[in-house]
Design a binder for this molecule. Structure first.
Ligand code: IMP
Length: 423
């Protein structure tokens, strides 16, 4: 069974936890897009791991983990991440982690260009993670990027990095920002590359062989549908296809290899960065932050919080081909008295049941809410779906109904044991 796990909101839906849960029955876990802008938190017993580029399967023995061609890799950042995990006693051997030789490289100057562009945008800024993701993907599309395979040839890599640093310096100088020393950049990138070299390979035939031999593949999506470069709230998006199709183009496995798509969403909505957020609600934000919830795993930023938005979820289910929903963080709403679900947007002259493309409609969108009673009891110790309060089940059923997809998993806490399977 080959499954794609995809985020249905603006990222941070708790995909890491669902991936971790499904990893038990998977053989190969694949990251196919994004970079170390992602932050997946996995909690097992007393241990908490925050993963950025490494697939969550790295925490298990005897699983193969693949970073596919669609990912952009900051070599020094990946080495640090590997070392951090290894200090916790988890060995990362070349057999356990395979890195595509076609994956593109994030250079230190990409990060600075990311920051420079954000500064230039002023109050129109995207709110990026400043990890150089946009500039690295821009180089890829502009056909001037550097791939892992290119770093194998030291002479070629040195010439390419020197050229790219000179171009970046010309832009940075205009903004009075730090100018890079090409020699230092070459040294940093190639030193990190040597540490990664044993892991780098042509991952495509390996993935096909695994598929053909009946192994189970699990695609671990990063970010979420509303951050997708095509389907998201453009321009307030990331620079990759975060939706299910990106799993194929970012790995070399075809759509015919996919058996199911699990869409992950929170029981409410959150977003970091800028851009439209019609159901954003200060009261709910204060409440969840007061519980110590909803601070970013990568940047520590408090996330904006809001009510469940089924206009977005309906669209996300469409474009991803979601076959089952995983609803996480249900316990976050345990204490709330009344809950709201947005079913449509009132944009003045018409009602939208799918997200608009134009910015002015976003600016005018007023959520149309349905009110449901809260369950007001603790769900964190519930161990089966049947034990959930009837009001929680009604809320989840309504969510599934409004999206046209059944709820398959429910998350009531961060631990592996707190994932409930809907019978
Ligand atoms: P970038 O991917 O760093 O270029 O950031 C673009 C937008 O995507 C910003 O709004 C970021 O906050 C958002 N973003 C990127 N990665 C994540 C993530 O893993 N979770 C949530 N938001 C993200």
């Amino acid at each position: 069974m080959n499954i794609i796990i995809t985020g249905l909101q603006w990222g941070d839906e708790g995909k890491g936890k669902i991936v971790d849960y499904l990893t038990e029955s998977a053989d190969v876990i694949i990251r196919a897009q994004g970079g170390n802008n992602a932050g997946h938190t996995v909690i097992t017993g007393n241990d908490k791991y925050v993963l950025h580029l490494l697939p969550s399967g790295i925490l298990w023995n005897a699983k193969t983990n693949v970073i596919g061609n669609g990912v952009v890799i900051d070599p020094a950042g990946l080495v640090q991440e590997i070392e951090r995990i290894e200090t916790k006693g988890i060995a990362i051997t070349p057999n356990k982690l395979l890195i595509s030789d076609r994956a593109h490289v994030v250079l230190p100057c990409h990060k600075e260009l990311d920051a420079a562009r954000e500064a230039a945008l002023g109050d129109q800024k995207i709110g990026t993670t400043k990890r150089g993701i946009g500039p690295a993907y821009a180089d890829k599309i502009n056909r001037c990027g550097l791939r892992m395979a290119d770093l194998m040839d030291r002479e070629f890599a040195t010439a390419q990095i020197t050229r790219r640093v000179a171009e970046a310096n010309a832009v940075l100088a205009l903004h009075d920002l730090t100018i890079f020393d090409a020699g230092q950049v070459i040294d940093e990138v190639l030193t990190a590359f040597e540490r990664l070299r044993p892991h780098i390979t042509n991952t495509i035939p390996i993935l096909h062989a695994a598929w053909k031999s009946g192994k189970s593949l699990l695609f671990e999506g990063a970010q979420g549908t509303l951050l997708d470069i095509d389907f998201g709230t453009y321009p307030f998006v990331t620079s990759s296809n975060t939706t299910a199709g990106g799993s194929c183009t970012g790995s070399g496995l075809p759509p015919t290899a996919i058996d199911a798509v699990i869409g992950v969403c929170k029981a409410y909505t959150t977003r970091v960065g800028s851009g439209p957020f019609p159901t954003g609600d200060q009261g709910l934000s204060d409440f969840l932050h007061g519980l110590g919830r909803e601070f970013g795993a990568t940047t520590g930023r408090p996330r904006g919080c809001g009510w469940l938005d089924t206009v977005l979820l309906r669209f996300a289910c469409m474009v991803n081909g979601v076959t089952g929903l995983a609803v996480t963080n249900v316990d976050g709403l345990d204490a709330y008295e009344t809950l709201q679900i947005c079913t449509a947007y009132d944009v003045g002259d018409e009602i939208h049941t799918l997200p608009p493309a134009d910015r002015s409609a976003w600016a005018r969108a007023v959520p149309v809410y349905e009110t449901l009673p809260g369950w007001q009891c603790d769900t964190t110790s519930v161990t089966s779906y049947q034990q959930l309060p009837e009001r929680t089940k009604s809320y989840l059923n309504r969510l599934g109904q409004l999206c046209g997809v059944p709820v398959a998993f429910v998350g009531v806490g961060p631990d592996r044991k707190q994932t409930l399977v809907v019978p």
